[in-house]
Design a protein around this ligand. Structure first.
Ligand code: KIV
Ligand code: NA
Length: 264
């Protein structure tokens, strides 16, 4: 086995083969996902919510994310690991963006970086790709821009479909190797996927994208409560872990744990 490369993802698109991506923020999940054959793992800035407990993705920093990216890289053999550039680390311009991307590559060993933005961030993508660092772009709904977008809202409905298309075209032209389409109508995602030479990775973008991504705690049901409509829960980890935890506590209380076989 060898590492997945960006060219493998392009070849998959040409063959019409769909693939999946999950977020990961630590060694055990990274190792499970890698062994299960997930070709791309994203250490998302969604660690802000899912690891650090912030309300939004805005506060998380490179200092907080980099150790998580390192852990995921160390725990995997096959997956292409993408480090997500946090809010504030690339917006100032190509120089800042390249500096941050280089830092991610050097300090974490990740194989690509991701940033949010379409047309308005094409110069950043060009600078990073020009330095030899693969970039995954992210258009449609972009959580780092939720305050200008006005909340978690589907992007590209009706007449604004062309804006999503223009953003996707711009990032592909700037050299991105793939683009995340978040919360866009299925027919728009289909058009983008048909037109773009690079793979599209959908989240809340319907079934026609080249790939699909979910936040792992959503996919595995570790996050409880109301999930967005695009989430499918493939397990109920919150229930499994809660049950194990209650049994552990019960057995300690009842003097059943530790037993003789656990005792030196
Ligand atoms: O940070 C993240 O988890 C993401 C994916 C949902 C694409 O950006
Ligand atoms: Na993200």
């Amino acid at each position: 086995t060898r590492r997945i490369r960006t060219r493998d993802l392009l070849a998959a698109k040409e063959r019409g083969e769909k693939w999946s991506m999950l977020t990961s923020y630590d060694q055990y999940t990274a190792s499970v996902f890698d062994s299960a054959g997930i070709p791309v793992l994203l250490v998302g800035d969604s660690a802000a919510n899912n690891v650090f407990g912030y309300e939004t993705t805005l506060p998380v920093t490179a200092e907080e994310l980099l150790p998580l990216v390192r852990a995921v890289v160390r725990a995997t053999r096959q997956a292409l690991v993408v480090g997500d550039l946090p809010f504030g680390s690339y917006e100032e311009g190509p120089t800042q963006a390249l500096r941050t991307a280089v830092r991610f590559m050097k300090e974490s060993g990740c194989h690509a970086v991701k940033l949010e933005g379409g047309r308005r961030f094409a110069a950043q993508i060009e600078a990073i790709v020009g330095a030899g660092i693969p970039v995954m772009a992210h258009v449609g709904f972009t959580p780092q821009r939720e305050h200008t977008i006005g909340g978690y809202r589907v992007q590209g409905r009706g007449e604004t479909a062309d804006e999503v298309l223009d953003d996707a075209r711009a990032v592909a032209e700037a050299g991105a190797f793939a683009v995340v389409l978040e919360m866009v109508p299925g027919d728009v995602a289909k058009r983008v996927t048909a037109e773009l030479p690079i793979p599209t990775v959908g989240i809340g973008a319907g079934p026609e994208t080249d790939a699909q991504v979910l936040v792992w705690q959503d996919m595995a049901g570790l996050r409880t409560g109301r999930a967005p409509r695009f989430v499918k829960r493939y397990a109920d980890l919150a229930e499994v872990l809660g049950e194990a935890t209650r049994r552990f506590a019960d057995e300690v209380r009842g003097g059943e744990f530790p037993a003789a076989e656990h005792t030196f």
